[in-house]
Design a binder for this molecule. Structure first.
Ligand code: AMP
Length: 449
């Protein structure tokens, strides 16, 4: 289906064409006509599905085709709420990009930066205000903004806003909006709290679910490497130095862990920056910019800092540690394989994280392919002296398969079950060739990524 059949005005259709989008994504083809018709919308769409354009384009069109007398200063006609500064900044950029020929007055209101430029922007007059809830409430308490003229409200990544404890803030904000308005709620999942939020604030919404709940993008190949906790940094260094040296987003659980790992990778000669909530906004912006521009290879981030990041052509995500909340795994790996591109998501899993891995697999409804990297066998494997095979060079999936009963995790398809016992000679010859295999295996892993 071409964009032309969605009913977008020429000014917007031209921008879409200039961006090189030829076909609408599923969320776009389903949501744009609904929003243009003025209906409320409850949409399950993960980041990476093209959801920003799905609400921005029709939102701009509705503002354009229903021109109000220019609103007084500080009274936006559309409000987009987002969970993080980074996501809000990206949405504001998208509004500017998609609105190139429509020229909406746009303001970004987020915490962690000076109020002054935000006050100036609000004073100049705003059509589309993109904000994080906390800073918007600050402005409201100072009466530098009024929500009384909002015609369209977008709650972007509503599930993340709830995860981050923004529900009371959202309720306070919604109480300040006119009842007569259009509300669009986007969330990665339709968990109960989201349904409740929708029930309270949406009017007979059209419901769209473009991705099966909690299903990561099909284009992301997932791989688990069981490894000792103490060997993780060395294994990561190896994976990062191999092959094409692809841009990689690495997740740690803690800010401290992100800093420590980032320093270690730098010592290993890998250009790295850390992104987390303790960094100043300018440091976060710089790190993200350096990463997007390819000046650093690796961004080490915590879950919260990485929410909503849209980095096109991010080929690889590494879970240095698995998240506590299984749903975060889906969010993390959704950073790669975006907008139709293939991606690789690697998880380094130590013995004490097995219960987390099982929880993730339960959520996904399947086991993830698991392989031990030669030279990084977990001690369970070392003790049992289980032989570790190396996948043939050039194979797409490089699973190293171990003798039955020795694998700490992962699925073993019938084809991979050791059909004949490994002989001592075979084992010895493998040990002799270990260095060679190791190089080849790492190289192939890198080539793949
Ligand atoms: P989002 O889900 O809004 O974060 O978008 C993910 C990425 O997809 C962004 O980098 C967009 O520029 C890109 N994108 C959005 N719509 C399309 C489309 N119709 N065709 C190709 N790329 C798109």
């Amino acid at each position: 289906m071409p964009f032309a059949s969605l009913g977008l005005v020429d000014d917007l259709a031209r921008t879409v064409a200039a961006r090189g989008y030829t076909t609408p994504t599923p969320i776009q083809s389903q949501a744009i006509p609904v929003i243009l018709a003025g209906r409320d919308l409850l949409a399950a769409a993960q980041t990476g599905t093209g959801k920003t354009a799905a609400f921005t384009l029709p939102l701009l069109q509705r503002l354009q085709t229903r021109p109000e007398t220019r609103m007084p200063a500080g009274r936006p006609r559309a409000l987009v709420l987002a969970p993080t500064r980074e996501l809000a900044a990206q949405v504001a950029d998208s509004v500017r990009v998609y609105g190139h020929h429509v020229a909406p007055r746009t303001a970004l209101v987020v915490g962690g930066v000076s109020m002054k430029p935000q006050l100036d922007a609000l004073r100049r007059g705003v059509d589309v205000l993109v904000a994080t809830p906390g800073r918007l409430l600050d402005h409201l308490s100072q009466k530098t903004v009024s929500l009384a003229g909002v015609e369209i409200l977008v709650l972007d990544e509503a599930d993340r806003m709830l995860d981050l404890g923004f529900l009371p803030a959202i309720r306070r904000l919604l109480a300040l909006l006119p009842r007569q308005r259009q509300t669009l709620l986007f969330s990665a999942t339709f968990a109960d709290p989201i349904r409740q939020l929708a029930g309270d604030f949406l009017r007979e919404p059209v419901v769209i679910d473009v991705a099966p709940r909690n299903a990561p993008a099909d284009l992301v190949e997932q791989q688990v490497h069981p490894v000792e906790q103490t060997d993780k940094a060395a294994l990561l260094g190896r994976l990062l130095s191999a092959g094409e040296r692809d841009a990689t987003l690495v997740f740690t659980r803690t800010k401290h862990g992100a800093d420590r790992l980032s320093r270690q990778l730098e010592r290993d000669g890998i250009r790295t920056a850390a992104l987390h909530g303790n960094k100043s906004q300018s440091a976060r912006t710089r790190a993200l910019d350096d990463f997007k521009q390819g000046r650093i290879q690796v961004l080490v981030a915590t879950d919260i800092a990485a929410r909503g990041l849209d980095i096109v052509q991010l080929p690889r995500v590494v879970n240095y540690e698995l998240p506590h909340v299984p749903e975060d795994y889906v969010h993390r790996i959704g950073r790669t394989g975006r907008a139709g591109r293939a991606g690789l998501a690697i998880s380094l899993v130590s013995e004490d994280e097995m219960s987390r891995l099982h929880a993730i697999q339960r959520l996904l409804g399947r086991k993830l392919p698991s392989s031990v990297v030669e030279g990084f066998e977990p001690s369970v494997a070392k003790r049992s002296r289980a032989p570790v095979a190396v996948a043939s060079a050039g194979a797409r999936h490089h699973h190293a398969h171990r003798a039955a009963g020795a694998a700490p995790t992962g699925e073993r398809s019938a084809a991979h079950r050791p059909a004949r016992p490994e002989t001592a000679a075979h084992d010895a010859s493998r040990r002799r060739n270990k260095a060679h295999h190791q190089t080849r295996r790492v190289a192939t892993t890198g080539d793949r990524a």
